[in-house]
Design a protein around this ligand. Sequence first.
Ligand code: ADP
Ligand code: MG
Length: 567
Amino acid sequence: AAQKETLGFQTEVKQLLNLMIHSLYSNKEIFLRELVSNASDAADKLRYLALQNGDLYEGDAELRVRLSVNKDAKTITISDNGIGMTRDEVISSLGTIAKSGTADFFKNLTGDQAKDSQLIGQFGVGFYSAFIVADKVTVRTRKAGESEAVEWESQGEGDFTIAEIEKAERGTEITLHLREEESEFLETYRLRGIVTKYSDHISIPVELYKDPVPESEGPDGEKIEAQPGEWEAINKATALWTRDKSEISEEEYKEFYKHVGHDWEEPLTWAHNKVEGKTEYTSLLYIPKKAPFDLYNRERQAGLKLYVQRVFIMDDAEQFMPSYLRFVKGLLDSNDLPLNVSREILQDNKITQAIRKGCTSRVLKMLERMGKNKPEDYQAFWNEFGNVIKEGPAEDFANKDAIAKLLRFSSTHTDEKTQNVSLEQYIERMKEGQDKIYYVVADSFEAAKSSPHLEIFRKKGIEVLLLSDRVDEWMMSHLTEFNEKPLQSITRGDLDLGDMDDEETKKAHEESEKEVEGLVERVKTALGDKVKEVRFTHRLTDSPACVVADDHDMSSQMQKLMEQVGQ
Ligand code: ADP
Ligand code: MG
């Protein structure tokens, strides 16, 4: 072999390795799931490229992953005949974390192991999980169609070595040199158990070598035939989403999610549908439990895994989900798109649009159902993803009503910060004669809750939604009514709560207005052009005065936002 080179890991990889080894130790068997998951991805990628260039198969199109152990050397080897990696790909894939925003993320770690280990799930544990059980990992790989092969080796500390090698078989072979105390993984029954538990759904065969059985004699002297040794598949090896819903267990759906979603946690919920008719496709869509650390990063890759007629085409096909549902993970398998479909073709395509429409309403329905049937799960969802859903009314006019049903707010009903009041609940509690949904937007929850504009509402017992997230102002400018009830900011324009007053109150108001006649004029003269108008109001009960925006003017919130961006 040519000379060996030693390279350092990216700092974040060192941090991730350290975190992972400590936080996943109680669940160490998942290393095998991760490595099998990668082998399956590698098979998918090869099959895709081979659509254009069959030579890449090098005469071997039976894609599979094989597990073998060497008890003397205390190693496990996971070997696939998938796409393989070039030298450069090895260095970038197994030496860095290729997600934008990663460095920032790691800066925010607290150093408190318990807390930080929660965060590791946001990365997906991946290849580096091999170091949970191994103190040395050797990766030998050759990319399909290339002649140069490389060997990567590391002890999971600061660096790795890389060297040129000979490798006849295409694909990747990963050898784990097990730590002293991990010998349990040398037992094939143990490996078989882990594969059944985590990787049964992998669509290529996961094989174990069955030792040959020599010819022998049975108890009654009958001859038992010799069995040759052979590789035997130990998983179902059919693509999960092609199977019948009724035959797939919850566990299988959950494990499949970890594979397609590259997530460590279980999903919150999912929907699996075969759509027939004008456009035919299968979708399997998952809602994650936790938001990824880079949910608001514009460069973040999001989208579904796209298959065409069972053949993997691409990851992160972002054309099938609107941006406000960018947290949805899962896959699509289309019967109508051509196998040579590209991102450009997807961009402006009737089939894409039909599928996107179908998937969007599928997700909205799934969320609505969760809101009704599993309010606790829904609250957990809202706490993680509510602010992304709030982008919906502006982005997706056609589904405005469905999105509005999903919204949750803080409100004066409880004065709690938790956003847990739906517009439907608000309407049920509306006062007799009340025809609007009232809300206030402020910089913080505390400011919203103690807004002087609320005084009259509190006095009259009228509920007001309390909004203080950054997107709220923008969202409300796109959400003008719900179930035929207009949404009304209580800091805007002329508020007429008069219909809800009884005769006595109305009379009292008229009298008090007479008492201060002339005051409004005097204030107006004093303030000059600083204000547009000075108005008498019954809105306030304790404060003497407050500033309001005109119905069509920018609110003070929006003005601040514009000032921030330098307008
Ligand atoms: P992820 O699977 O989420 O991308 P991993 O840490 O599991 O993250 O893997 C990192 C990358 O290393 C993969 O994206 C892939 O490019 C490469 N890789 C890992 N295992 C293999 C393999 N068996 N064959 C080819 N490439 C692989
Ligand atoms: Mg992986």
